[in-house]
Design a protein around this ligand. Sequence first.
Ligand code: ADP
Ligand code: MG
Length: 245
Amino acid sequence: MIRFEEVSVTYDGAAEPTVRGIDFEVPEGELVLLAGPSGVGKSTVLGAVSGLVPHFTGGTLSGRVTVAGRDTRTHKPRELADVVGTVGQDPLSHFVTDTVEDELAYGMESLGLAPDVMRRRVEETLDLLGLSELRSRPLATLSGGQQQRVAVARALAARPEIIFGDEPTGNLDSRAGAEVLGFLRRSVDELGQTIVMVTHDPVAASYADRVLYLADGRIVDEMYKPTAEAVLDRMKDFDARGRTS
Ligand code: ADP
Ligand code: MG
């Protein structure tokens, strides 16, 4: 579904690449976590999947990124919009309508889906994310956790081949964060959704099939079904090494 082949990204004016030699594949129906400390290039890798890097950020990408068979070098972000959905850290700033239901429909309208398909998807998705009772609520009156559930629902409703999250639990307390992670996991188990998520929260690891650990712009470790403790240990390990070298 996603394939990185020896990908390096150098931002304009930077002395060296921000990420280099990134090589991995994500098959359909897998939830992959990109973990690692702040500033190692996690968002850069994610941006390369959506095409934001380098089309919007500038800089140079070498190697090849393919998303659902499309080379991001020749496909701009808008040409990937039907296969990639995004959940960010700050849902309120990305909402474009006023209510839960409208927001779910919005993503599909922009893809030009038929009205009856849209209506069915809205119902299914409200149901899957436990949002049915909130359907008419103004988005601004929801809690942070509820808003993030709407953001996940909006992405899911359009049934993109891939969803990616950049710190989707970054602004939530641990209970609301666990709830959102639980719903993302459910979409993988029940809909076969493919998800790539960036986080520096080790707790998220226990929801993932695989964790790719980044340090210094490279993937330095790959863990299958790791526990949160295992990822936390790894973080401490690399932090300690970073400080002593
Ligand atoms: P992470 O998500 O792991 O915190 P990022 O990919 O956001 O890391 O950033 C990695 C490095 O690349 C940082 O040093 C950051 O300043 C730099 N960087 C990120 N985005 C840009 C950009 N658009 N232009 C220039 N430098 C950038
Ligand atoms: Mg980031």
